[in-house]
Design a protein around this ligand. Structure first.
Ligand code: SOE
Length: 361
C-alpha cells in the first residue's frame, strides 16, 4: 500500500507536534500552508516537509489527509473545505468557535475520517482508568474533582491570539483547555455531563497587544452528570507554577481513581483499605491500555507518545479500521457544546442543561 500523503495547515507549535506524529506513523509529509509564503517556506524547511503550497486549495489536490493546526477561528472554514474536497481531516480543538459551525462540520465530514486531537485519551493509564469504571471495579461514580491549570497567561506581558475573540472565539481558557478536561472526564466515566452552573473571570483586561480583553482567564464550574454524579471543574491559565496540570479524580462507590497529565505513568487507586499506585506496565493492564504501551515499563511515555498514538489511530481509521476511543468530529462538537453551555451558564448566573448528542446532530 502506498504511504499516506499528509498536508498541514498552520506553522506554529501544534504543526510541529502533528508533523512529528505523522512521520512516526510512517506517512509522507507532502505539503504545508502557512499564513504567508515566507512562513510556509520556513515551516517546510524546519519541519522537513516536501513543499510549501500557496493556499489550501492548491494543497488539497496533492494529499490524502490534512491536519488543521491554525488559530481557532479558521478551523471551520478550512476543515469544511478539506472535507468537501473528499480529503480526510484532523482538526485541532476547539473544532470550531460555535456550535452551529461544529454541527455543519460534523455533517460535511460524514464521508471522510474526521478526528480531533483529544490526545490525553491516549495515555495508557487513562484507558486503564476507563476500563476500571466500565468493568464496575470502581463502582458507581459518585463525585468528580477535575482541574486544568496553566500559568502562561498570568501577567499583562503575556499575550497570544487566543485572548482575542476574533481569532480565539468567545471562550478562551475553557475552549482551549477546559475542552480537554470535559472530553477526558466523559471518556473515562462514560457518563455525560447533564447540567452545569459556572462563573468566569478575566483577571488581566489589558495585555501587551490587546486592550479590553473579554475572554476568560479562568472558569469554575459545578456539574451534575446524567448518571447522578456531582463534581467541580476549575480551569485557569493564570495559576502560578502550574504549566499543564490536568488533574482528574473520580470517586466511585468502591474506589477512587486519580490521573495527572504531568505524571501520566501512574494512576492512584484509592480504597478505604489498601490504596495503591498502578504503574504503566503492559503485562498488568487491560487490553486497550496495553496496546498503547510502546516501550517497556520503566521507560517513560509522555505527551508526544500520546499524540503519536492518536495520529496512528486516525490513520488506521482512514485505512478502514475502527480503533477504540478515537476522538472524532462528534466529540469535537460535544466539547464545543459543553463550552458554549458553560459560557451561557456563567453569563446568566443559572444552572443550564447541556444539550445531548441527539439534540445537536
Ligand atoms: C495551550 O493552552 C495548549 O497548548 C493547548 O492549546 C493544548 O491543547 C494543551 O494540550 C496544552 O496547552
Amino acid at each position: 500500500m502506498s504511504r499516506l500523503r499528509v498536508g498541514i495547515v498552520g506553522g506554529g507549535f501544534m504543526a510541529t507536534v502533528h508533523s512529528r506524529a505523522a512521520r512516526a506513523a510512517g506517512a509522507e509529509l507532502a505539503g504545508i500552508v502557512s499564513s504567508s509564503p515566507t512562513r510556509g517556506a520556513a515551516a517546510a524547511e524546519a519541519l522537513g516537509i516536501e513543499r510549501a503550497f500557496p493556499d489550501l486549495d492548491a494543497l488539497l489536490g496533492e494529499v490524502d489527509v490534512v491536519h488543521v493546526c491554525t488559530p481557532n477561528a479558521f478551523h471551520a472554514e478550512q476543515a469544511l473545505a478539506v472535507a468537501r474536497a473528499g480529503v480526510h481531516v484532523v482538526c485541532e480543538k476547539p473544532l470550531a468557535t460555535t456550535v452551529a459551525d461544529s454541527r455543519q462540520l460534523v455533517r460535511a465530514a460524514s464521508g471522510v475520517t474526521a478526528t480531533v486531537p483529544f490526545v490525553y485519551r491516549f495515555h495508557p493509564l487513562v484507558r486503564e482508568a476507563r476500563a476500571r469504571v466500565a468493568s464496575g471495579e470502581a463502582g458507581r461514580v459518585l463525585s468528580i474533582r477535575a482541574s486544568y491549570l496553566q500559568d502562561w497567561l498570568l501577567s499583562a506581558d503575556d499575550d497570544n491570539w487566543r485572548v482575542d475573540p476574533e481569532t480565539g472565539g468567545r471562550s478562551r481558557a475553557f475552549a482551549d483547555i477546559g475542552s480537554h478536561l470535559v472530553d477526558l472526564l466523559e471518556f473515562i466515566t462514560g457518563d455525560p455531563i447533564a447540567r452545569v452552573a459556572a462563573t468566569r473571570r478575566t483577571f488581566v483586561e489589558k495585555r501587551a497587544e490587546h486592550a479590553a480583553v473579554s475572554t476568560e482567564d479562568a472558569a469554575a464550574v459545578t456539574i451534575e452528570t446524567a448518571g447522578g454524579a456531582i463534581g467541580t471543574l476549575l480551569v485557569s491559565q493564570a495559576a502560578p507554577g502550574r504549566k499543564n496540570a490536568l488533574t482528574l479524580e473520580i470517586a466511585g462507590s468502591a474506589e477512587s481513581i486519580a490521573f495527572e497529565q504531568e505524571n501520566p505513568e501512574t494512576i492512584w487507586v484509592g480504597r478505604r483499605g489498601g490504596s495503591l499506585s498502578i504503574p504503566r506496565d503492559a503485562d498488568q493492564l487491560s487490553p486497550d491500555a496495553a496496546r498503547l504501551c510502546t516501550v517497556p515499563a520503566g521507560h517513560p511515555q509522555g505527551y508526544q507518545d500520546a499524540f503519536n498514538a492518536f495520529v496512528a489511530d486516525s490513520y488506521a481509521a482512514i485505512a478502514g479500521g475502527e480503533p477504540e476511543g478515537l476522538p472524532r468530529f462528534t466529540d469535537g462538537l460535544r466539547a464545543v457544546q459543553l463550552t458554549e453551555t458553560v459560557m451561557d451558564a456563567a453569563e446568566r448566573g443559572a444552572w443550564l442543561d447541556v444539550p445531548s448528542e441527539g439534540d445537536t446532530q
